[in-house]
Design a protein around this ligand. Structure first.
Ligand code: DGT
Length: 230
């Protein structure tokens, strides 16, 4: 009888019960998420999912990432809906590995980028509301596994220099101010825990360190990931 009552009150969410221990790698643009992910290539039993930036750069021949930066009032909204789709595909992708590590998540898109673009006037209130309704519907109907968040914490000035050195053409017009705003929204979410589920553990790494010196930080994350996942 209890089971029947439960079935009536809540239907299972999509992708519920088929996801392994999942780690989300978060941090500002240029914080080293891709390098961090590559570090875990050497382990067999991990499903690594890097952020689908290449898909955003070629949607049927259109570079949505570029349009989002160049004509943001018009393209931010479609860009965010596409990011949501590609993130959900990663969150729900089945795997037979015992750990999944993902670069970014629906959460950073929602709590950092969308909040920031609404606050700075890029997203119209109506667009923002549509996205919020989608997020609420997704929350009710799709399971998003998140067992640990690794926050690659940086200073905006450091990532600004890295972004300029990397010189991804779409980002050529991104000012320091944008990275400062994104920094604050990451801090609000992952340090001050103002958004999202405050019970998800967050491991904070010093990602201002350059490649030669970040080894010990990576080791610290390996220990947390493997200890927590067994
Ligand atoms: P990494 O490896 O830490 O250097 O990471 P990046 O910079 O390759 O990756 P990420 O996710 O910080 O940014 C890739 C580009 O996509 C960057 O220009 C910011 C943009 N981006 C990522 N997610 C979103 C989003 O949800 N909304 C908006 N507006 N832009 C996003």
């Amino acid at each position: 009888r209890t089971i029947k009552t439960m079935a009536l009150t809540r239907s299972p969410k999509y992708a519920e019960n088929n996801q392994p221990f999942t780690v989300l790698i978060e941090g500002n643009i240029g914080s080293g998420k891709t390098t961090f992910l590559n570090h875990f290539n050497k382990f067999d039993d991990i499903c690594l999912l890097s952020e689908p930036v290449e898909r955003w750069q070629d949607v049927g021949g259109c570079n949505l990432l570029d349009l989002m930066y160049k004509e943001s009032n018009r393209w931010a909204m479609p860009f965010q809906t596409y990011v949501t789709l590609t993130m959900l595909e990663m969150h729900t992708k089945p795997t037979d590995k015992s750990v999944k590590i993902m670069e970014r998540s629906l959460f950073s898109s929602r709590y950092c980028f969308v909040e920031n673009m609404y606050a700075n006037g890029t997203l119209h209130k109506g667009m923002y509301q549509i996205l919020q309704d989608w997020y609420r519907f997704i929350e009710k109907s799709i399971h998003i596994q998140a067992d640990l968040i690794v926050y690659l914490r940086t200073s905006p000035e450091v990532v600004f220099e890295r972004m300029k050195t990397r010189a991804r053409s779409e980002e050529s017009c991104v000012p320091l101010k944008y990275l400062e705003e994104l920094h604050v929204s990451h801090e609000d979410w992952l340090v001050h825990r103002k958004r999202g589920n405050p019970n998800t553990p967050v491991l904070i790494l010093n990602a201002d360190l350059d490649l030669e010196n970040i080894g010990s930080e990576y080791k610290r994350s390996e220990d947390s990931i493997f200890k927590a996942s067994i």
